[in-house]
Design a protein around this ligand. Structure first.
Ligand SMILES: [Zn+2]
Length: 431
């Protein structure tokens, strides 16, 4: 019978079996936890009983039984993981990962299909070890390897082939398990090492300075735009995960299509506002537009006009076009789409990812809403983090009635918007 199964069916079977294994491991892990808890409780209640009595013997027997059952679960987990490794064996070549929806755990290094990822929305866990899969551990290793590559290059040592492969593998695993990829719906057809289909492509990589990036292969504007959006998302993600930041616990949703109804000449129209990122905090929201313009950028006093200068040539965006127009329209669309939001507590933000310079009336966020500008990586006055945090602190000083916004529900609404790209994973796994 085996001969009749073509390659495609074989892959589907592998995916189904891996998924069933992941589910079983999840159940077993929960059983182990419960048994450990039960044993602990029994030990505690048994500790009051006089030693050597029949009651004490019975208690010891119960504890031993719990421990034995937990050990059996552990053994079964071991067998299942072994079988899982066998299934994933043919996928150990990372070059096919994105096509097949395969990635690696940042904690235990196991390979798994993305459909097996457990948990939701910025709290995903490895199906095999149960640890959180996130960007941090990948980036720590990538940072070290990329610096090692730079060191070798400086010393003129040629053979970095193995190192190069390891860096690419790490970057690919990091990309495929990243919240950005899982939430943004960025099509995998844009990802790859040759640009045949769409005419452009990008590659996950660690730069020589050790930082993760999406390397644009051919420098097309779309690719630059996507890598700018990802840089913005990543920088917000770090704040949202940082318990010392006022942004801690906010929800961020990248690449949102805000669909609203409008009317044009008396006819009903459907508007789609593509928003690079929305940040939802219980006390208010931000709508982001990322611009990866490697230029000198000047913003006028009323924050209406933007002048972009590159190689001596200046392009001027009046208020009715360019980033101010985009972010204003998206801010309005978000207010329409989420009626629970207060207009005074929704800001539009134009985030310049890597400008040569940013001058004029940038920064200094107006707390009452409106639009402001900032430089993604700057920490001072022209940076983004300080004004956003200040703004949230201002809102939090006067909390909204009724406990603030339900950010999870709002994020779910935004993520369910139509017209999002297809992903190789289940839609339910995206949140
Ligand atoms: Zn793991």
């Amino acid at each position: 019978m085996g001969d009749c199964i073509d390659e495609r069916d074989g892959r589907v079977d592998a995916r189904d079996e891996a998924r069933a294994i992941a589910e079983r491991i999840g159940d077993l892990r929960a059983q182990v936890r419960n048994l450990a808890l039960a044993a602990e409780n029994e030990r505690e209640s048994g500790s009051g009983v006089a030693e050597g009595t029949p009651e004490a013997g019975y208690s010891e027997f119960i504890v031993a039984d719990f421990e034995e059952r937990a050990a059996a679960c552990g053994q079964e987990i071991g067998w299942l993981r072994k079988r899982h490794d066998e299934i994933m064996g043919p996928y150990s070549n990372f070059a096919i990962w994105e096509e097949e929806g395969v990635a690696e755990c940042s904690e235990c290094g196991s390979l798994f299909f993305l459909v097996e990822l457990r948990g939701r929305f910025m709290a995903r866990t490895c199906p095999l070890c149960g640890e959180r899969v996130h960007e941090g551990p990948f980036d720590m290793r990538g940072f070290k390897l990329a610096r090692e590559r730079r060191r070798l290059e400086r010393r003129g040592e040629a053979d970095t082939g193995e190192l190069e492969t390891e860096i690419r593998r790490l970057a690919m695993a990091r990309y495929l398990t990243s919240e950005w990829y899982l939430l943004s719906g960025t099509p995998t057809s844009l990802l790859g090492y040759d640009a045949t289909q769409e005419g452009y492509s990008f590659t996950p990589d660690y730069r020589n300075d050790g930082f993760f990036c999406l390397r644009a292969e051919y420098g097309y504007a779309e690719v630059g735009g996507i890598s700018g959006e990802m840089a913005l998302f990543d920088s917000l993600r770090r704040c949202v995960n940082d318990p010392s930041s006022p942004l801690y616990g906010s929800k961020i949703v990248p690449n949102v299509n805000l669909v609203t109804n409008g009317s044009k000449g008396g006819r009903l129209t459907v508007m789609r506002n593509q928003t690079d990122c929305v940040l939802l905090h219980p006390e208010g929201a931000f709508v982001f537009e990322a611009k990866r313009w490697r230029s000198h950028i000047a913003v006028d006093a009323g924050r209406k006009e933007v002048r972009v200068t590159k190689r001596g040539r200046t392009r001027c965006f009046p208020a009715g076009e360019g980033p101010v127009y985009q972010v204003t329209a998206n801010r309005k669309a978000l207010l329409k789409r989420c009626p629970g939001l207060d207009g005074q507590r929704v800001c539009g933000v134009v985030a310049f990812v890597e400008p040569n310079s940013l001058s004029g009336d940038a920064g200094s966020l107006p707390c009452g809403g409106g639009v402001f500008f900032g430089e993604l990586k700057a920490t001072g006055k022209s940076g983004l983090r300080n004004p956003i945090e200040k703004c949230i602190a201002g809102w939090s000083a006067h909390p909204m009635k009724g406990g603030g916004l339900d950010v999870v529900a709002m994020a779910e609404t935004l993520l369910s918007e139509d017209n999002r790209y297809e992903l190789p994973i289940d839609p339910v796994g995206r949140m």
